[in-house]
Write a protein that binds this ligand. Structure first.
Ligand code: ATP
Length: 592
């Protein structure tokens, strides 16, 4: 597929204001691509060079890109920078400058998509002495032979700012339509994606082996599985009823979720975060323990890493565990805050897919593999059949400084990438507050008024993720809970992702001062969920004929600014808000 055609499709996607139109354009584009190019096309469209879990960063510095544009066009760096300053978008600057370039286009040959992708990959991965010059050379050669529209997207991609605003589910739906003409196959594709977290791989198998190939998709070590997630219920009775009278209850550790992959023969260990980023270097002691403590050939398991003092039995909260994320001082931190992994699920063992076995069997196997006093050990667990037992277990966990409990259905399979009632969480709560925190996507922001004007930041417009429709819906403005430092950090992060119009996958009836790309998540606590005509989260017709969505009463920011460990699609979903609203009503009734 020629790259000028890809650039044309990107141009169409850029101007679209609805998700359905996006799917049509993507479908058309996927229909045009050959099976040996689909992987590259999907990565490119996602704005990445490899599946995100590989962590290959593109983001080439502004300075290098402007130098390359200057070289390719015959303009000076100052002229390029002036064009950039005017539009705030290096892609637009490249397009404008290349369209009136002083030099003749270097080649009349058209680029193939694969050539552009491979060169960009070379640029990103060149390192060491003289690498800056090489990067500029490759980039300027690429630009010199491209047309202005191609230059726009090559530049944006190279700087890591392509941001076509597509969700994974939107890409999967378009793939399904391109291959079968219908969206019907989307769940099968989704299932494959949940097992490998690699849209490029799913696309390639689909185009080379068809839907049949996708149906036979298997879990593979070192490809992260999209994590299973928990639903909520407010009472022990309801949890047990949902789990048919018998459940495993476990401590809910407030640490850092880790998915550990290990192969003994190659001595390879990889650790993936909740967001499926490779975090192996952050936890050297987990890798060491996986090799030393687990007497198996190959394994994938799920667990929570938490700083824990074996002598005092004290758990340190998430904020302290996450300090390990700093690249420096990891060794030091590992002595100060010794970690344990509380393993709670087993997905793969010695060539066998365990996700299809019932939880009880997975858990028993995990207990057999892990040592009781190891750095990696199983989570606390008890099988309960009575609400009173479950409550007692919950209270005990809270007394020990834990977040609450997670109940698991003993017969259930491991459901990758989904929030299901096979796992149900119950957290400690305080009177007058919602029992759970809510993770929201930042959709826009307001300018400061009065005293805040000097920070140019007056609060956020935030929303939930509607996973059924793959869109974001507004639920609240957040005006409190920010420190001055957080306000200036938010302001500087958000102004880089400002958009001219409401992004296509954002559904809203109100307008913030500025819209932003829906990519950042913050955590808030609120007193209550209410109904409101101003917000689109869960909007529906009320008995009186009016329309109302859900809103939050007294929302305040409780995360330290933007959450690095959550992507927009990991935010609280609209359906969860609806369920929490229902639970809140029940709690109120039982209070009175
Ligand atoms: P939260 O902010 O409440 O952790 P979440 O959306 O990240 O919410 P949930 O699905 O609500 O995740 O809860 C499951 C999370 O709880 C897991 O991702 C894991 O990190 C953590 N956890 C701690 N202990 C356990 C356990 N024993 N079993 C399952 N998950 C556990």
């Amino acid at each position: 597929m020629q790259f000028d055609l890809v650039a044309e499709y990107y141009g169409k996607l850029d101007g679209i204001s609805s998700r359905l139109e996006m799917i049509d354009v993507l479908t058309e584009m996927f229909k045009k691509v050959k099976k040996d190019e689909i992987r590259k096309l999907i990565y490119m469209t996602q704005g990445v060079l490899a599946p995100p879990f590989e962590g290959i960063e593109i983001g080439i510095a502004e300075k290098l890109v402007s130098e390359a544009i200057a070289r390719a066009s015959g303009y000076t760096k100052q002229e390029v920078f002036a064009a950039y300053k005017k539009s705030g978008d290096m892609g637009a600057a490249a397009e404008q400058i290349m369209s009136k370039g002083k030099l003749r286009r270097m080649s009349s040959n058209k680029y193939e998509l694969g050539e552009v992708f491979d060169t960009l990959k070379k640029i990103a991965t060149t390192s060491g002495e003289g690498s800056q010059d090489m990067k500029i050379k490759h980039m300027s050669e690429l630009l010199a032979a491209s047309n202005p529209l191609e230059a726009r997207y090559i530049t944006r991609f190279a700087m890591g700012t392509l941001r076509l605003g597509l969700g994974d589910a939107t890409i999967l739906e378009a793939l399904s339509k391109a291959e079968t003409g219908e969206r019907k196959s989307k769940p099968i594709l989704e299932n494959a994606y949940n097992l490998c977290s690699d849209l490029g791989e799913v696309g390639e198998v689909l185009l080379s082996e068809g839907i049949k190939g996708i149906e036979h998709f298997r879990v593979t070590p070192f490809k992260p599985i999209r994590p299973a997630l928990a639903e909520r219920l407010p009472t022990a009775e309801e949890i047990l009823e949902k789990m048919h009278g018998r459940a495993s209850v476990e401590s809910k550790y407030d640490g850092f979720r880790v998915q550990v992959h290990m192969n003994r023969k190659t001595k390879r260990v990889e650790i993936f975060s909740r967001r499926l980023e490779k975090v192996t270097p952050m936890f050297p002691e987990i890798s060491k323990a996986a090799i030393e403590e687990l007497d198996v050939n190959s394994i994938i398991f799920d667990g929570e890493a938490i700083a824990y003092n074996d002598v005092t039995g004290e758990y340190y909260p998430f904020q302290e565990t996450i300090q390990r994320k700093r690249k420096h001082g990891i060794e030091e931190k590992s002595l100060q805050l010794p970690l344990h992994v509380f393993a709670f699920d087993l997905m793969y063992l010695d060539g066998e897919d365990y996700m299809k076995k019932p939880y009880e069997e997975r858990r028993k196997k995990l207990e057999k593999i892990l040592k009781e006093d190891g750095l990696i050990r199983t989570s606390d667990e008890r099988i309960v059949t009575k609400p009173k037992e479950l409550e007692k277990y919950f209270e005990n966990a809270v007394e020990r400084g834990l977040e609450g409990i997670v109940a698991k259905e003993l017969n259930s399979l491991y459901v990758a990438g989904a929030r299901k009632f096979t796992w149900i969480k119950m957290k400690r709560s305080y009177k007058g507050e919602l029992s759970d925190t809510i993770d929201l996507v930042i959709l826009g922001y307001y300018l400061g008024r009065g005293q805040r004007a000097e920070f140019k930041f007056g609060g956020l417009l935030a929303g939930t993720y509607n996973d059924k429709k793959d869109v974001f819906e507004t639920i609240t403005r957040i005006g409190t809970g920010f420190s001055e430092k957080q306000m200036s950090e938010l302001q500087s992060a958000l102004q880089k992702i400002k958009t001219k119009h409401r992004p296509a996958r954002v559904v809203a009836v109100i307008e913030p001062d500025f819209w932003v790309e829906p990519i950042y998540v913050v955590t808030v606590r609120a007193d209550e969920i209410t109904r409101s005509p101003t917000h689109t989260c869960g909007i529906e017709k009320m008995p009186d004929g009016s329309e109302a969505g859900y809103a939050l009463r007294f929302p305040r920011l409780i995360s330290d600014g933007i959450r690095q460990d959550k992507a927009a699609a990991d935010a609280t979903t609209t359906l969860e808000i609806k369920e929490m609203f229902g639970m809140q009503k029940k709690i109120k009734i039982s209070d009175s």
